[in-house]
Ligand binder design. Structure first.
Ligand code: S3P
Length: 171
């Protein structure tokens, strides 16, 4: 048993898909943002506002180190965590990493309800910012196998991941 790790931009469905995938595999689900909130005691927007993004990125490195020591987890990482090669080096030995991908309009529609939860997008022109960040991060996300999520149900996305896992699963 290993871990399965999900990365991808905000709003690509990591948490929703990760929960379903964990159920399908009989693994435990962990979301790194929730892990950080549980350990710090503050919300993500409050950590960004009071301590800055660098402090949040330090928490992400701690989450990566702690969770990499466990097995049998589906780990939904915050959208920036695996863009740091040091975090990739820590997590990759614990299991395969998949990157969920979506078009900017899909991302915007999925995030509209809770944009205030995402400090990086909580600004007057979120659509422009999404396109800008996606361009900046294209190479970083491109390192991982891509799972397309547009026009697909969470169950269909889980099925895609399970199919890719099949050859390497040892139950
Ligand atoms: C971030 C993504 C967020 C959260 C933080 C920063 C990013 O997580 O970690 O707001 O840099 O992409 P989700 O991808 O779960 O929204």
């Amino acid at each position: 048993m290993q871990n399965v790790i999900l990365t991808g931009f905000m709003g690509t469905g990591k948490t929703t898909v990760g929960r379903l995938l964990a159920t399908a595999l009989g693994y435990r689900f962990v979301d790194t943002d929730a892990w950080i909130v549980a350990h710090d005691g503050r919300s993500i927007p409050t950590i960004f506002a009071q301590s800055g993004e660098a402090a949040f990125r330090q928490w992400e490195a701690r989450a990566a180190q702690t969770l990499a020591a466990e097995r049998g987890l589906v780990i939904a990482t915050g959208g920036g965590l695996l863009l740091n090669p040091a975090n990739e080096a820590v997590l990759a030995p614990s299991g395969p990493i998949f990157c969920l991908v979506a078009r900017p309009d899909t991302i915007l529609a999925r995030l509209h309800a809770d944009a205030t939860e995402r400090p990086l997008l909580n600004q007057p022109h979120p659509a422009r910012r999404i396109r800008q960040l996606l361009a900046e991060r294209a190479a970083g996300y491109g390192r991982f196998p891509q799972i397309h999520t547009d026009d697909q149900t969470p169950h269909q996305i889980v099925a895609q991941i399970l199919q890719q896992l099949e050859p390497e699963r040892v139950d």
